[in-house]
Write a protein that binds this ligand. Structure first.
Ligand SMILES: Nc1nc2c(c(=O)[nH]1)N[C@H]1C(S)=C(S)[C@@H](COP(=O)(O)O)O[C@H]1N2
Ligand SMILES: [Mo]
Length: 228
């Protein structure tokens, strides 16, 4: 039990150190080139306007971060598709998704760039539940979560995706997700940096191929293990 977690932690740490070694050059490149994406992603959130404890106040604690514009779709256009190495490919409407067994949990949310929101209440459907509905085949090794923004994705291994706290969330703080935080459905991966928590998830592709996500291609570790 401890050994696989230790292994994961170790890999994450090593990968991040290597990245940090490159970071002066990487940061310079981002500032000079595509830096707008990174800085806009980290701009301070607006100040709270709602009463203490409200969902809106909770949302205001996040530095809403995305590398594209929000996708816009009507509620009846959203689908969650599950494709690839499964017994049954799925094509769920929002109503189908909301009818699945629901799970809630309270977890900290942390971005690798140094901000965090403690004790976030999430509600949604576990990825494990979706995997059971689809019947993930034994030869499957990775789940790739694709955003409906057409650009962003990230992956989890099958054992990571099976963890009970890995959630496709549609509520935060008791309210529907804000549009810019992934409405109607985002991934939440407690224990891993926020970049694994893909917003506007529309498709899960199950395969046997290691293929890193958006920020990992810029040098961040695939394991995304939070290092305090
Ligand atoms: N589609 C999409 N999902 C995304 C991102 C993104 O740019 N696009 N950014 C990630 C990063 S780096 C973080 S820290 C969180 C931020 O979540 P928030 O916007 O709810 O604060 O979303 C993650 N999911
Ligand atoms: Mo992030």
């Amino acid at each position: 039990m401890a050994s696989s977690d230790d292994h994961e932690f170790f890999e994450g740490r090593i990968a991040r150190r290597r990245f940090m070694g490159l970071s002066a050059a990487a940061v310079a490149a981002l500032v000079l080139g595509g830096g707008e994406l990174l800085t806009s992603g980290c701009s301070p959130s607006t100040s709270p306007t709602e009463s203490a404890g409200s969902a809106a106040e909770l949302a205001s604690l996040f530095r809403v971060q995305h590398v594209t514009k929000d996708p816009t779709y009507l509620p009846n256009q959203w689908r969650l598709k599950v494709t690839g190495l499964v017994e049954r490919e799925l094509d769920l409407t929002l109503a189908d998704f909301l009818a699945l067994p629901q799970t809630d949990m309270v977890r900290d949310f942390k971005c690798v760039e140094g901000w965090e929101v403690p004790n976030v209440p999430w509600e949604g459907v576990t990825v494990s539940e979706i995997m059971d509905r689809a019947g993930v085949r034994p030869e499957a090794a990775y789940l790739h979560f694709w955003s409906d923004d057409g650009v962003y994705s990230d992956q989890l291994s099958v054992p990571q995706a099976r963890r009970p706290e890995v959630l496709l969330a549609h509520k935060m703080g008791g309210a529907e997700l804000p549009k810019d935080q992934g409405w109607p459905v985002r991934l939440v991966v407690p224990g891993k940096w926020g970049y694994k928590s893909v917003k506007w998830v529309g498709r899960i592709e199950v395969d046997d191929t290691f293929d890193v996500g958006y920020w990992e291609r810029q040098g961040y570790p695939d394991q995304a293990t939070i290092i305090e």
